[in-house]
Design a protein around this ligand. Sequence first.
Ligand SMILES: Cc1cc2nc3c(=O)[nH]c(=O)nc-3n(C[C@H](O)[C@H](O)[C@H](O)COP(=O)(O)O)c2cc1C
Length: 313
Amino acid sequence: MEKNRICQLFGIETPIIQGGMVWCSGWRLASAISNAGGLGLLGAGSMHPETLIEHIRKMNQATDKPWGINIPLMYPEIGRLMDIIVDEGVKVVFTSAGSPKKYTQMLHDAGIKVAHVVSSSKFARKCEEAGVDAVVAEGFEAGGHNGREETTTMALIPQVRQATTLPLIAAGGIGSGQAMVAAEALGAEGVQIGTLFALAKESSAADEFKRLCTSIEEGDTMLCLKKISPTRLVKNALYNRLAEAEARGADADELREMLGKAASKRGIFEGDTEDGEIEIGQIASAVKTIDDVATIMARLKAEYIETKNRLAQ
Ligand SMILES: Cc1cc2nc3c(=O)[nH]c(=O)nc-3n(C[C@H](O)[C@H](O)[C@H](O)COP(=O)(O)O)c2cc1C
């Protein structure tokens, strides 16, 4: 994607955003993306406030390029995180999992650019009302927590494009320069990528997690836990227990109990590939190697240019 509104908004060279990801996107991953010309995001969702401060300071040492922080708004100590972000002089915040109304003004007052993640046109319109600077529309293919409506990226992006004039970033299932061109054709001006970068060398996810996710086939991830928070998971032993319980109508409390404490930390960070949550997107089945960020970014850019040239002929 050429330099456009998303590049101008965030001051980046190429409109590739690394999605904030619990247990994956600390300063190492996020700074590598920013240093390669994209926008790296620290994933605050899995950080205690003190850990976030440490990562912000390391980030400032690791890159002089623009970067930001992703905050799921359901975070228990959200007020404290927002204070840290303002006090530490962070310039960009991507919010998700909640209403953008509450914090956008406060962040703008502190000179911070705000993007919000949605999974429907209805919520994209709410973003516009809340005054956010850009919207990320994330389809059903994506890793991590997901929309209830199961709208795929292919169906979602053109509808969100119709619903709002905001700068639009497409997410969900994007794993190549070809997919970036497709997202652009559908009306997006940037892409947010999670799965590919969760499996990069610089990601803080466990090696066992990366090995499992780079060995799965199409159909090996499924959306589950709609009664709590819809999440795309690899079909491991934990998933099988949850799916069986859901099929017999287990309620949210029973599902929570089956998950136990810190299920995503167990799966993603500690590498418990059987009894932890292995959150990853559908496009993982196309990822077969664990590469560094510079290699992935160079491939995406080269494929994007090649595809544009091919289509122009
Ligand atoms: C392991 C993992 C953890 C994630 N954690 C978060 C998170 O903390 N906050 C958030 O807004 N999105 C989260 N996501 C979603 C990503 O930011 C991104 O939007 C998504 O992965 C894009 O789709 P893709 O996986 O097909 O590339 C996560 C995704 C993955 C794979």
